[in-house]
Design a protein. Structure first.
Length: 153
């Protein structure tokens, strides 16, 4: 639940989504863009709508499961390090080098990620690096797989 009146990016919502957790959030700031249709978005400051969305998820385990899976997929598809690195390298190729985006298929996106976060560890072993993934010690059943790329960028 993220009932923020204004949120810059919505990192708490994104982190919960990467753990397959159904999210209820307000429409404050960028939260609707982060959550999309993979959660429940209510008007900021509307406590009745917030309570109703929370109750809906508490009463419907199947809905929670569907939204949790959709949330995880949205984070992986839209906000993973690999996606962000690919988009950044495409931008560089187009705007800085003047090449079309198709040329960058050979770009080493792990190297772009390493550059973006200032760590060569990503290039040597991307899964052992300290990317901001969900903490496996947290008490939840939604652990990320070893090949996960759901870090938030």
């Amino acid at each position: 639940m993220s009932p923020s009146l204004y949120e810059g990016f919505g990192l708490p919502a994104g982190e919960a989504m990467s753990c397959e957790t159904a999210v209820v959030t307000s429409d404050g700031g960028a939260l609707p863009e982060v959550v999309g249709d993979a959660g429940r978005v209510v008007p900021a400051g509307d406590s009745r709508a917030l309570a109703g969305a929370i109750d809906e998820l508490l009463q419907d385990p199947a809905l929670r499961e569907r939204l949790g899976q959709a949330a995880r997929a949205r984070i992986v598809e839209q906000f993973s390090w690999q996606v962000k690195a690919q988009r950044l390298s495409s931008y560089y190729y187009q705007e800085v080098l003047g090449h079309s985006a198709e040329i960058n298929d050979s770009v080493d996106t792990q190297a772009v990620v390493a550059h973006a976060i200032g760590s060569d560890a990503v290039v040597q072993n991307p899964m052992s690096s300290q990317l901001p993934l969900a903490d496996a010690s947290l008490p939840h059943n939604n652990k990320l797989s070893e090949d996960s790329s759901a870090a938030i960028c």
